[in-house]
Design a protein around this ligand. Sequence first.
Ligand code: NI
Length: 205
Amino acid sequence: LTRSLRLVLLSLIAVAAAMAAAAAFVLVEGRFTRPEAATAGGDVGGPFTLTDQDGRRVTEADLRGRPSLVFFGFTNCPDVCPTALFTIAEAMKIAGLTKTDLVPVFISVDPERDTPETLKAFAGHFSPDIVALTGSPAEIDAVVKGYKAYAKKVEAPESGLGYLVDHSAFAYLMDANGRFIRTFAPSGDPGELAAKLKAALGKTS
Ligand code: NI
């Protein structure tokens, strides 16, 4: 092997290892289990500026004062996102949590196609309480990075959509000060998620 080829191979191995570590980081439910693990301002989360389904500019400060449950996805998602939003909306009903107890937030990872109008129709189908956010590609990249989430466009010519977006499928529970508490996988039983949310929010009844 030439020296330059060796260097290329070594850097490819380093990139693969870093990607595997990043995947493990986002793919284990509840992995970030303690709010203390996030510093003030947040190791997970942090500042963002996005646009909601009514065209208003929204920052992280607008979510303060109430805990929030943040999910990343896109409106053309064939199954993961509809299942997640359904599970979250049902779990909140079962737990008796209103939008004053917990704000469900949906952040698009497909800013090119998800306009505020598209988001409004999609999120409204699951719950009128969902705050659905989109933005410029740069704004979305920044918020995805801030939450240590994952989103990657994948070509899908056979789907009729041209491309899909591979994305992490966890909901991030943030406290009323915007600090990270833990993740949930909202893909299963709404009753189970309801119980977990109540426990995490310290609701006893
Ligand atoms: Ni999805």
